[in-house]
Design a protein around this ligand. Structure first.
Ligand SMILES: [Zn+2]
Length: 70
């Protein structure tokens, strides 16, 4: 059943396919604290749901931002 919705593209998808920014805990750089702050600034919390594509987009965007700051 497609009962989850991506906050960005608004597509519906299966609950089990939800991605959140919490997955960035496992990313070495940028560190998680930085990531949480970055997403907070653009209005995204640790509990917001995203589809895989949009999470990949934000992953790249945040890396770009991180790289421009160092
Ligand atoms: Zn999406």
């Amino acid at each position: 059943m497609k009962n989850a919705q991506c906050k960005k593209c608004l597509n519906k998808f299966n609950q089990k396919d939800i991605y959140t920014i919490q997955q960035f805990q496992y990313r070495k750089e940028p560190n998680y604290e930085w990531s949480v702050n970055y997403f907070k600034k653009i209005g995204i919390s640790e509990w917001d749901s995203f589809c895989e594509g949009c999470m990949l987009f934000y992953s790249k965007e945040s890396e770009k931002e991180w790289n421009s700051k160092i």
